[in-house]
Design a protein around this ligand. Structure first.
Ligand code: EPZ
Length: 432
């Protein structure tokens, strides 16, 4: 079975280049088929969630041409609008639900299989449906697990989201771009990828204002045209390397980032005693001593991201004193704590709160990734641990991290992806 094997104990040092943002790319690639003209998207991360979305749009008739590892030329003019979007790729990933918004906006008709994605909570889509209905669509959840949305025409509306939802903000924004008249989305999500999608759609001729604030105003347009667009760097990949540097008491410069997007992450690292230096599009994290405890609560942007919660928990598990981590976005995002306990962590979970009594060191163990970010966090724990660890179910990690072992190795980590026992022997021999 494929897994990573990690020999911990090396302080990471050097430079690492961050890829394009997975969650922005999912939204932008789904939106790229809203025009019949050709769209070129650059800085697309080469991760399995993106490959699945590209397969899904190809299977409904979009033409996808790979220009290089990170750039694609996409043309959505030959899409069969009557074909339901339902295939093994769509059901694998959460981001495929963006095809409801994009197809509904373009054709007033969408039939898309219900999203899969990481099992971190219930993840309903009632706010997406509420938004589509407000724009004039009829929406049914038909069996087997299909969302079917249709409209005579879409008309702008004033929509108040009951909670801050990244997915619902993005989906409703896409549908509203081609609706007649004006739409206002209140209590909108402010995440960088919401802004990136709005910028992308505006570069196609959409008229969206206010993305990045909690009120987004959209004036519907009849026509969207082709564009060339480069996706923003991945805030969460960058944050993951920042925490890997801190947990291994390393010195790492994380390049190709937007430091503003990392402020809540940098602030927590400074609080626990790391030195953070920003320069242009890079952030350097230096940790040369045992770090101190702190408390953190996950919140919508610009708060501390839920997608960084497992990574900060792993770090706080090694910090002096008692820390408290409160998860306020998803109800089931502490499943990895049992794995950390195997490594000697002292963490008690009560509801949506983890109480962490920092230990001096983790010890290597056999670990299973329960989801994407928790998987990455377990790799950080293994890098900081004494001895060897194996991490299984790495397909979760590969959904969102491009070349994760290679990038870590470049920083001095001993980590290998193992496909068979021969590889493992070779690693053990090399790592000593
Ligand atoms: C997006 O998920 C991301 N996924 C997630 O990243 C991320 O964890 C999450 O936003 C929060 O930042 C993609 O962008 C593809 P939400 P999404 O709608 O859109 C509730 C990763 O690791 N809610 O902002 O599904 C929901 O249950 C992944 O890259 C409703 O109740 O998240 C949650 O409690 C994992 N009804 C909260 O809102 C709805 O209709 C926020 O969810 C929609 C959401």
């Amino acid at each position: 079975m494929e897994h990573y094997i990690v020999k911990g104990g090396n302080a990471l040092s050097g430079e690492v280049e961050i890829a394009g943002a997975k969650n922005a790319a999912l939204a932008i690639l789904a939106a790229s088929i809203m025009t019949n003209e050709t769209v070129t998207v650059e800085n697309v991360p080469d991760v399995s969630d993106i490959r699945a979305l590209l397969m899904a749009i190809q299977l409904i008739g979009a033409h996808v041409e790979r220009l290089d590892r990170h750039s694609f030329r996409i043309n959505g003019s030959a899409i069969n609008k009557d074909k339901p979007v339902d295939n093994e790729y769509v059901r694998k990933i959460r981001g495929s639900y963006y095809l409801i918004g994009s197809l509904l906006g373009k054709y007033c008709k969408a039939s898309v299989a219900l999203p899969g994605g990481c099992n971190i909570g219930l993840r309903p889509i009632d706010q997406h449906i509420k938004g589509f209905k407000a724009l004039g669509a009829q929406v049914k959840v038909a069996s087997p697990g299909m969302v079917v949305a249709t409209a005579e025409e879409l008309t702008g509306a004033h929509i108040y989201m009951d909670m801050v939802s990244v997915g619902a903000t993005i989906n409703v924004m896409m549908a509203a771009v081609k609706a007649k008249g004006n739409t206002i989305i209140e209590n909108a999500a402010k995440e960088p990828h919401v802004v990136d999608l709005a910028n992308f759609l505006n570069s196609m001729g959409a008229r969206i204002k206010g993305a990045g604030t909690d009120v987004i105003r959209i004036r519907g347009v009849e026509y969207l045209h082709g564009t060339t667009y480069s996706i923003i760097p991945d805030q969460i990949e960058a944050g993951t390397f920042m925490f890997a540097a801190a947990a291994t008491k390393g010195d790492v410069t994380i390049k190709n980032v937007i430091p503003k997007h990392l402020e809540s992450i940098s602030a927590k690292l400074t609080e626990v005693g790391c030195q953070i230096r920003e320069s242009g599009d890079a952030v350097r994290v230096v940790a040369n001593k045992r770090l101190l405890h702190t408390n953190v609560k996950t919140l919508p942007y610009p708060g501390f991201p839920t997608d960084m919660q497992p990574q900060i928990t792993v770090l706080l598990g090694l910090c002096r004193g008692i820390s408290i981590v409160t998860e306020s976005i998803f109800e089931n995002r502490f499943k990895y704590v049992d794995e950390l306990t195997k490594m000697g962590a002292s963490i008690t979970v009560e509801g949506n709160t983890a109480i962490i009594d920092g230990v001096e060191q983790y010890t290597g163990a056999n670990l299973t990734s329960p989801d994407l970010r928790a998987g990455a966090a377990l790799v950080i724990a293994a890098l900081a641990a004494e001895g060897c660890s194996k991490i299984f179910d790495i397909h979760y990690i590969e959904r969102g991290y491009e070349d994760f072992p290679e990038k870590l190795r470049h920083l001095g980590a001993e980590i290998e992806k193992i496909d068979d026992s021969y590889d493992e022997h070779r690693f053990r021999f090399r790592a000593g």
